[in-house]
Write a protein that binds this ligand. Structure first.
Ligand code: DHK
Length: 147
């Protein structure tokens, strides 16, 4: 059976829909999960969200053992979590860093991602539709085989 694509979401993303709609839009996380599953087609998706850093590290460990690719929106942990970076370094497959907003157009606290240095690719500023783009690109990438 094909290994799933892990789509991992960090702190506060469970509040999408009502959270700062002028920045994040009004699409809820449940709707984003449906978008990811639709975009994946026949490919399997493991979709997770947690407000706890340890849960995201554990999810990356699951992906190391059982996943084909990782799409990660670590949210605020993007700028603080060396633990997430260390976990991603152990993953052999493609890692796509994703942000709903363009972090470079935001306040300076959002300008330096720790994850970009270990990511295969970075997708940002497309709103919730960025998830669709990320999953479709990941499916193509995995079909193409090791790069
Ligand atoms: C989400 C967050 O929660 C912020 O901490 C990031 C990211 C941006 C997003 O755009 O998806 O800065």
């Amino acid at each position: 059976m094909q290994k799933p694509i892990y789509v991992l979401n960090g702190p506060n993303l469970n509040r999408l829909g009502t959270r700062e709609p002028e920045i994040y839009g009004t699409t809820t996380l449940a709707e984003i999960e449906a978008i990811c599953r639709d975009a994946a087609g026949a490919s399997r998706v493991e979709f997770r969200q947690s407000n706890a850093e340890c849960d995201l590290v554990a999810a990356i460990h699951d992906a190391i053992d059982h996943g084909a690719g990782i799409i990660v929106n670590a949210a605020g942990l993007t700028f603080t979590s060396i633990s997430i970076v260390d976990a991603l370094k152990m993953f052999a497959g493609p890692v796509f860093e994703l942000h709903i907003s363009n972090i470079h157009r935001r306040e300076p606290i959002y300008h330096h991602s720790l994850i970009s240095s270990v990511a295969t690719a970075v997708i940002m500023g497309l709103g919730a539709d960025g998830y669709r783009s990320a999953v479709e690109a990941m499916v193509r990438r995995l079909k193409a085989g090791p790069q």
